[in-house]
Design a protein around this ligand. Structure first.
Ligand SMILES: NC(=O)c1ccc[n+]([C@@H]2O[C@H](COP(=O)([O-])OP(=O)(O)OC[C@H]3O[C@@H](n4cnc5c(N)ncnc54)[C@H](OP(=O)(O)O)[C@@H]3O)[C@@H](O)[C@H]2O)c1
Length: 330
């Protein structure tokens, strides 16, 4: 972890990744190009994209406008995207990666991740893109359709992306400690990144220690906790960590916002954070995490809020939304 040009960065396989990125999930397509442009203008150099977010073309428009206007070069940006569940079969991995690259107008990813350790039946680009979770929405009661693809086969195809210069680094999301141990046993190219849900109500200590033991960097998604899930009826406003006592107290002492405290807590634990906002006025707030720090007592008090509360759990939301029970966490 270090700071350069007043920005926090994370060491990922010897390369500096900006420690704060813009999360792009649930940014409306119509708003996305402007949001990306505004973020780059505000100083963001790290974008967290995914085929599944359905807005990669618009993300690409924002990047193209920003680079054309001289706000930054492609090389100065860190762009992450993710392999969707329906493309786990080795023969589909490169095409899925190329589709995301084409949509974004890029020739390589800084980081390409397996989105979930969940293999679903293939849906071709013409039938539906992005294909989401349900195999045939015309028959929604059929729900999700699993595919018998081992993660080791998907990983070997991810390694080929590095050999073919389509991805500089590869990694995984939503892996448990057991899946990480397994991956490390067969990976020829080691995963550079583990991206998982983490915030003060889900501190993931064992997972972070395991990743650290293997030298795998960690990115915390949904770093602000419940807020992202209220509109999806997967959390209530009352579960917001931004009103928790130790967060509010630290915010008052440091004269920063509760969101900045929670994001800074994530950074001080050594994780990257990728807060999403659709509100231009919050872009700068979420990026400005240097120039103040939480002391040991504040860090401990915020970490003690842990309730192992996971908001993004396929074992819960797939059953509620698609009628398929598919658990990945015990
Ligand atoms: N790998 C995976 O499986 C996975 C899963 C989930 C998410 N992700 C990634 O992680 C990113 C972040 O996670 P997330 O979008 O779930 O949640 P998040 O960034 O923790 O929270 C977003 C929510 O917080 C609000 N917010 C943002 N900044 C705020 C501030 N300064 N003060 C108060 N409220 C604020 C946003 O509202 P406004 O938009 O109105 O500001 C939105 O409702 C995603 O966008 C995505 O890129 C990855």
């Amino acid at each position: 972890m270090g700071t350069s040009e007043n920005r926090v960065s994370i060491n990922i396989a010897g390369k500096a990744m900006p420690g704060v990125g813009l999360g792009l999930w649930k940014i409306d397509r119509e708003q996305t190009a402007d949001a990306v442009y505004a973020a780059i203008k505000a100083g963001y150099r790290h974008l967290d994209s995914a085929a599944d977010y359905g807005n990669e073309k618009e993300v690409g428009e924002g990047i193209a406008r920003a680079t054309a206007d001289g706000l930054c070069t492609r090389e100065e940006l860190w762009v992450t995207s993710k392999l969707w569940n329906t493309y786990h079969s080795p023969e589909h991995v490169e095409a899925a990666c190329r589709r995301s690259l084409d949509d974004l107008g890029l020739t390589y990813f800084d980081l390409y991740l397996i989105h979930f350790p969940i293999a679903l039946a293939y849906v071709d680009f013409e039938t539906r893109y992005p294909p989401e979770w349900v195999f045939d929405p015309a028959q929604p009661e059929a729900g999700m359709k699993r595919a018998p693809v081992p993660l080791s086969a998907t990983w070997a195809a991810m390694e080929d992306l590095v050999s073919n210069n389509l991805a500089r680094q590869i990694g995984v999301c939503n892996y448990s400690t057991a899946l990480l141990h397994d991956l490390m046993s067969y990976a020829k190219i080691k995963p550079a990144m583990l991206q998982v849900e983490s915030h003060p109500y889900l501190t993931q200590e064992a997972l972070l220690r395991t990743a650290a033991d293997y030298g795998i960097a960690v990115t915390a998604f949904s770093p602000l906790g419940a807020l992202s899930y209220v509109s999806l009826d997967m959390a209530s406003e009352a579960e917001s960590v931004l009103t928790a006592k130790p967060v509010v107290a630290a915010a008052a002492r440091l004269n920063v916002s509760p969101a900045q405290v929670v994001l800074r807590w994530g950074i001080q634990r050594g994780t990257a954070v990728i807060p999403k906002t659709s509100r231009p006025e919050r872009l700068q707030e979420n990026l400005s995490l240097e120039g103040f720090s939480l002391d040991d007592e504040e860090m401990a008090a915020i970490s003690a809020l842990n309730q192992n509360r996971r908001f993004n759990d396929p074992g819960v939301f797939c059953e509620a939304a698609f009628g398929t029970f598919h658990s990945i966490y015990d």
